[in-house]
Each structure stands twice: as C-alpha cells, then as structure tokens.
Design a protein around this ligand. Structure first.
Ligand code: 5RP
Length: 236
C-alpha cells in the first residue's frame, strides 16, 4: 500500500472508481452524497473528460453532490425533466446481509431516498467497516424532522424505544440544518429486529419527513477492502 496513505481513503477511492466504471454512455445517473461517492463523481468527470464516457446527465442527491458534479463537469438535470433514472450510486453508513441500509450520515437521506428508489439499478459503495450483521449495531438512525415538530417527534420516538439526539453542527452553532431547511434527530435503538417495520413507524410520526432506513432497494453493494496491503473491491 502507498506509504502514509489512509487505508480507509484508499478503499473509498477504489470502490468509488469501480462504481463509476459501471456507468454507461447515454444514461441518467443518480449522484450520491458523502466521501465515497465524491470519488465516484470525480471519476465520472474523468471518464467524460477523456471521451470514454459520453452523454450522461446526473441527478444530485444533495447540495454537496451538485457542487462536485459542477466542479467535475457532469451535466445535471432534475426529476421534473426526466421520467426515469438508469443507475444511482450512493454510499451508506451500515449495510446488513440483506443489503438493507442505514443512510443519512451526511443528513442527505431524504433526497437520497427519492433518487435511489427511482433508479432502475441502485449500487451502494462502502468500505468494509460499514458491513454489519444487524442494522443499528453501531450507527444511529437519522430522522429528518420539520423544526416546529422537534419536541413531539422526540417524545414519540422515545415511545418507540429509541434514544433521540438532535444532531448539532460542527463549526456552526446550533443544530444541523438539511438542504430542505429541516433538522435531524439521530436515534439509537438497542436492537433493530424489523427494519421495514421501524422505517414505517418512524415515518408515521407527524412532523417526520423521512428516515435513513432503506429496505429492499439495493441491487448491488460494492465493498472496498484492503487485502495484503492493497485495496480491492468485492461484490455483495
Ligand atoms: C449521506 C449518506 C452517505 O452516503 C453516508 O453517510 C456514507 O458517507 P461516506 O461515504 O462519507 O462514508 O447517507 O447522507
């Protein structure tokens, strides 16, 4: 491995590139959010620049993805202008053996869910630290909440058995504000036995916009690993 290079960064780069390699010319591409998909967006830009890839349009899942796509020369469109998405590539915070996910580490899970669920093919890109036996093992479930409903939503979440915590900004006083102008509550559960049911129960609380549990939507998980000092990509 390259001396001094962070192995997690290497895994993210490798898996981000592997996903970008699967994108074909003439397609509509959902562009995910986070540090792993940032490499996918960069490599898509490289492929466009070299002429190897032509005529793609991206649909960003966040302000971050939009900024990166513009930086790397990927033309963008909106859901008003297209009737389908061919492929979406996105990161995740946890992946279970059924390819269910927890997402929202970047507070972008609402737009990510809209775009990723619309795609004909949804590819998840993660480093190996994200693979878990059961969702909720290490990561809390992000829930996007309309600001005026924060208190009742937190009480309702406690009744569901969760421990909610308002996500606070880093280098910003006060709570994290999403691209939609809402807040995020991170909810720790002792054990998530039925992710599909929990996803529905959380979304049924008035004031909740969307939560970060993704069930039954992932087609393929690309996992970056380090083997014998070298980054490799495995499929799940
Ligand atoms: C953002 C997300 C990200 O995809 C997720 O947090 C993974 O990010 P990273 O690739 O930086 O580990 O869900 O809301």
């Amino acid at each position: 491995m390259t001396a001094g290079v962070d192995p997690v960064k290497l895994m993210k780069q490798e898996v981000g590139k592997a996903a970008a390699d699967r994108v074909q010319s003439g397609t509509i591409v959902g562009l995910g959010t986070g540090s792993t998909t940032a490499y996918t967006i960069q490599f898509l830009g490289d492929r466009l620049k070299s002429g190897e890839l032509k005529d793609i349009v991206g649909i960003p899942t966040s302000f971050q993805a939009e900024v990166l796509a513009k930086q790397y020369g990927i033309p963008l469109t909106t859901l008003d202008a297209v009737d389908h998405i061919d492929i979406a590539i996105d990161g995740a915070d946890e992946v279970d053996p059924q390819k269910n996910l927890i997402k929202g580490g970047g507070a972008a899970h609402t737009r990510e869910k809209i775009v990723d669920y619309l795609a004909d093919q949804f590819i998840v890109v993660v480093d190996s630290s994200k693979i878990v036996d059961r969702l909720g093992s290490s990561f809390a479930v992000p829930v996007e909440v309309i600001p005026m409903a924060i208190s009742p939503v937190m009480r309702a979440i406690e009744k569901l058995g969760g421990k909610p915590e308002l996500r606070m900004g880093v280098k910003k006083a006060g709570p994290v504000i999403t691209d939609q102008g809402n807040m995020v509550v991170d909810v720790k559960f002792d054990s998530i036995d039925d992710p599909a049911n929990l996803e529905k129960s959380l979304n049924n609380i008035p004031g909740v916009l969307e939560n970060g549990i993704f069930v039954g939507v992932t087609d393929l998980v690309l996992i970056g690993e380090v083997q014998d000092g070298k980054p490799v990509v495995k499929e799940m």
